[in-house]
Design a protein around this ligand. Sequence first.
Ligand SMILES: *Cc1c(COP(=O)(O)O)cnc(C)c1O
Length: 428
Amino acid sequence: MSQPRMSQPLSHPALSAADPELAALVGAEEQLQADTLRLIPSENYVSAAVLEATGTVLQNKYSEGYAGRRYYEGQQNIDQVETLAVERAKAVFGVEHANVQPYSGSPANLAAYLAFAEPGDTVLGMALPMGGHLTHGWGVSATGTWFRGVQYGVRPDTALIDFDEVRDLARKERPKIIFCGGTAVPRTIDFAAFGEIAREVDAVLVADIAHIAGLIAGGAHPSPVPHADVISTTTHKTLRGPRGAMLMSRASHAKAVDKAVFPGLQGGPHNHTTAAIAVALREAAAPSFRDYAHAVVANAKALAEALLARGYDLVSGGTDNHLVLIDLTSKEVPGKVAAKALDRAGIVVNYNTVPFDPRKPFDPSGIRIGTPSLTSRGLGTDRMPLVAEWIDRSVQAAAKGDEDALTVIRGEVAELMAAYPAPGLPTA
Ligand SMILES: *Cc1c(COP(=O)(O)O)cnc(C)c1O
């Protein structure tokens, strides 16, 4: 592990005075986020306003319950904060009900189980190695041990969701809940097709839009409304808010959702997070957010094109959203080796399984990249050929064990990123 830089961060005077060791780590992380090209599709840069909201005295409060029905006094301001967040969520996503209290995406999904299934019930979700999330009933997750997870995948020829398989499984297994959405799905989710299947078998359809919530808010991906019964989302990925989550639903499911989150699963809400969610949703309602959402997709498509031109195999052949899944099999570089080399070159990605991966999950064939962070810094499609070139040179350097080449790329990356200041980071 590299040592934190010794220069003191300018932006956290109290922290620097009280705990220089921790402050130095925060400063080093600020430097890392400034200097590197961050391509993790679930990450982003929040605005300075969102960051400030998370650091407020709102975090000092306990507020079990919901606005107007709390178990604690002193909620004059907190009730208004939460109501703002709820009303903004309803407006941005066009939903009848929103619960902004889930601590993160995984607990939000667990609350959906609690609301609509009993332990041992069958749930249908996308298999993790096909692009689904752990919490969609995968075996190592509580959702796959306390419930009976049945999993669908993608077609081997197209890498697209196989709706014949989904329908057949739903008819045969009669799941209580069907999950759609995922963590490594580069294509548009057909919410209408899932909705039709869920209605046919009388299942609750949960659209987990954690990755694409910002694209939906900005009109760059179709909305799950009115096809889904419940919408689950994180707030910190493309939506560009604080780490947190929301559950949204029709009015008819409002009670079940609220009861599951509190008192079913959680205690007091994180009010500083609620405030930052409200700020992020205000930002998401602004016209500039539509530009951002469409730019994220345009960048991903341009990056995919540039990688294809360099001979890379992309799962499903490209992308409709913010995410590109590269299958490195033909390059003869394992995903993990490539990801670690890219990291040394200042390009941050994660290694990832590809559908029907012959390699092990901890040493898979692919890497997963995405464009939310670079778009938030203002990079446009004109820069994507260069990004593809850096990825290609890094993968080639990884194959040859050429550390010097990675160091050269790291310098080039830092130089370009300096021209695109990141939101929320100190510029000094
Ligand atoms: C990220 C993600 C989650 C989990 O969110 P955490 O906040 O990490 O718990 C759930 N579902 C999907 C589809 C995700 O991408």
